[in-house]
Design a protein around this ligand. Structure first.
Ligand SMILES: Nc1ncnc2c1ncn2[C@@H]1O[C@H](COP(=O)(O)OP(=O)(O)OP(=O)(O)O)[C@@H](O)[C@H]1O
Ligand SMILES: Nc1ccn([C@@H]2O[C@H](COP(=O)(O)O)[C@@H](O)[C@H]2O)c(=O)n1
Length: 418
């Protein structure tokens, strides 16, 4: 059995499990023995006749784990009986960083248990998967969890009792954000792309474009102003006006040179996709240093975008699940050039939608998500506000384009003495 699986099982009874039924999590733990008292309801959305299974992805290689987790969902959706319900699941050790393992919880009708179990037996041949089944005891409200053996031919004799438990102090997805969703140094992100070179040939081309070292050798002489905000808040409009008014250079982020590979990396799981965007910032930083010796530099998105979208995607549920203000998750990477000023454009959601409609362009998947998912939008904006070193200054982008420009020019004059 793989190293990671073995170490997982060592702490098996200390783990908390979470299943998200339509975004609302049920937390449970396991115990060796049934206690005498009447068992409270464990799964709110499960009938006693349902057959339930969990699949936890636990390869010790994080690239394989990320790829397999994404592929597993497609495989399950393709192969499971239509009535089978799939919910995100995770298991973690509260307060232990990097202890989160992700997977899926399956709820099947009793009539579908045979084809479901046949599929799970095939899948468990992969060493990266831990499979459990959940059974309701007859004449009691108690559920048990059985861990399947690796061959899938029989189930382990050891049976655990499933008991509900309180929500943890910190949302479980926050345990694994650092260096899985957000990278805090060039080297950490670089390592991910290096390691996926054999499965994603495009990674090699991206690596060739990167600066040889991350540390900015010199600070630009002129101010560097970053404009941030959700899509359609007016970043393009404002950055172009600033360029023209200040005689500045305008740099887009991710940088132009990464455009041929962006769509390819957007299909990848968060670990790889976010490493790609993180590295893009280091290319932008190098361009900033070059240009910033000659003129002021305006940057359309930078680190705040990379971190905020990544954090908001990683953390499910409402904004209160985000890591608290001041958390190390919101810190600036130690080796990434810091701009002189970061402006965050905010906009009333209805006005943003109106501008999106008027623009009438095709939307990326993440843009559609922002449109449909109010919670995601709130989390991105909240994460923007919590990032420090430098923190962003919020500007209401609701007034006319010229009024927004004038307001930002005042800020630049105040903060950058320009
Ligand atoms: N202050 C403003 N008042 C009214 N309309 C505006 C204002 N600023 C921009 N717009 C219009 O809103 C739409 C979106 O603006 P823009 O393309 O500048 O946003 P963006 O933040 O760059 O979007 P994205 O990130 O998706 O590229 C455009 O049609 C633009 O003309
Ligand atoms: N520095 C950056 C810039 C962008 N992203 C990601 O791109 C998406 C938004 O970009 P648009 O071109 O559509 O405005 C969004 O998914 C960001 O996560 C980034 O990570 N870092």
């Amino acid at each position: 059995m793989a190293r990671r699986t073995a170490s997982l099982l060592t702490h098996w009874s200390a783990r908390v499990f979470s299943v998200e039924f339509n975004g609302a999590p049920d937390y449970f733990a396991i115990q060796d023995k049934h206690r005498g008292e009447p068992a409270p309801q464990v799964f709110r959305k499960v009938q006693s006749s349902d057959r339930c299974y969990s699949l936890l992805v636990c390869s010790s290689d994080r690239i394989r784990r990320a790829k397999f987790y994404a592929e597993l969902k497609d495989k399950l959706l393709r192969s499971l009986p239509a009535e089978c319900e799939l919910s995100p699941m995770s298991s973690f050790l509260p307060h232990v960083k990097d202890s989160l393992i992700k997977g899926y919880f399956l709820k099947a009708n009793p009539g579908d248990s045979l084809p479901t179990e046949r599929l799970l037996r095939d899948l468990i041949q992969s060493e990266s998967l831990l499979v459990c089944s959940y059974l309701k005891c007859e004449n009691s409200r108690q559920w048990t969890q059985r861990l399947w053996t690796h061959t899938g031919s029989s189930v382990m004799s050891k049976e655990y009792c499933v008991v509900p438990t309180d929500a943890p102090d910190y949302h479980p997805s926050t345990l694994n954000i650092i260096n899985s969703d957000v990278f805090y140094s060039f080297e950490e992100a670089h390592q991910v792309l290096r390691k996926c070179g054999d499965i994603i040939p495009e990674a090699t081309s991206v690596l060739e474009l990167l600066p040889s070292r991350a540390e900015a050798r010199s600070k630009p002489d002129f101010p560097v102003i970053v404009i941030e905000g959700l899509d359609a808040t007016g970043k393009t409009t404002l950055t172009q006006s600033l360029r023209d008014t200040l005689g500045a250079v305008l740099l887009p982020s991710p940088p132009q040179c990464l455009s041929p590979w962006r769509a390819r990396f957007d299909q990848e799981p968060p670990l790889i996709r976010r490493a790609f965007y993180a590295l893009g910032n280091y290319i932008t930083a190098e361009q900033i240093v070059q240009e910033g010796m000659k003129t002021p530099v305006i940057v359309d998105r930078y680190w705040h975008s990379t971190a905020s979208y990544a954090i908001a995607t990683a953390v499910s549920g409402p904004p209160c699940n985000l890591p608290a203000e001041g958390s190390e998750v919101y810190r600036w990477p130690r080796d990434l050039l810091q701009p002189s000023l970061v402006v965050l454009l905010t906009l009333d959601p209805e006005e943003r939608k109106r501008r999106l409609r008027d623009r009438g362009q095709g939307k990326t998947e993440e843009e559609q998500e922002l449109d449909h998912n109010q919670l995601f939008r709130l989390k991105v904006e909240e994460a923007y506000r919590r990032i420090s070193g430098p923190a962003c200054v919020t500007v209401d982008a609701g007034p006319s384009a010229d009024q927004v420009l004038q307001q930002v020019l005042i800020l630049i004059r105040d903060k950058c003495q320009l």
